[in-house]
Design a protein. Sequence first.
Length: 245
Amino acid sequence: MKKSAVAVLVLFAVFALLTLPAAAENSQTDRVILTSGYGESVTTPDKVMISFAVETTNPDAKIAQQQNADQMAAVVAALKSAGIAETDLKTTGYNIYAYTISEYNPGEWPNGTKVYQVRNTIQITSYDVDKAGEYIDAAVGAGANSVNSLQFGLSDAKQITERNKALVAAVAAARADADSVASALGVKIVSTGTVSVDQSRYAVSYNSVETAALKADAASGASVPTTIQSGELTTTATVSVVYTY
């Protein structure tokens, strides 16, 4: 009797395993539509970061270093006067290297002269984007002879706001596709299942460098204010949504 009972239980278990896939195929959870949606939010930047450098060259390393220190001190003072706070100024690089004047590497000293170049780089961050040109004029006028980069972006608070707008647009796009598919199938969407959100969520900053033009203006004593256009930034979002019907 015990062996018979065991045999019956084994047969029941096998039967249950064989029928599970068929039951699952007919379950409500398998009646799904999987869609992806893409959304964008376009806005103007409210953050600007500009990198300036002071370069000085002299056959005497100490003189080149002191000249650089004096010019950079003047640049920092000018930027502070233009409205940049101490906490929004940071040094991003300081280098000293030597090279020899030659016909392939000319300079103001005779060929064969060993000279030293000192390069000090600072970066400013401002949330007053409209003053970007003013910052450049102030720095170049005080002695900055290189503008390495000009970058526009979004503050943390605005990043969140724009990301949310992009997500709403992405979800709306996913639902519109799902509704179209459901209509074509002659079914009705009854609920939402798994939702997956991508991780690349912030606007890509716009970069622009016009160092040569700025150096030319500084050398000629041009007094026309530098005009900087910040343009617009696009924040994107992508979602994948499972709808059941």
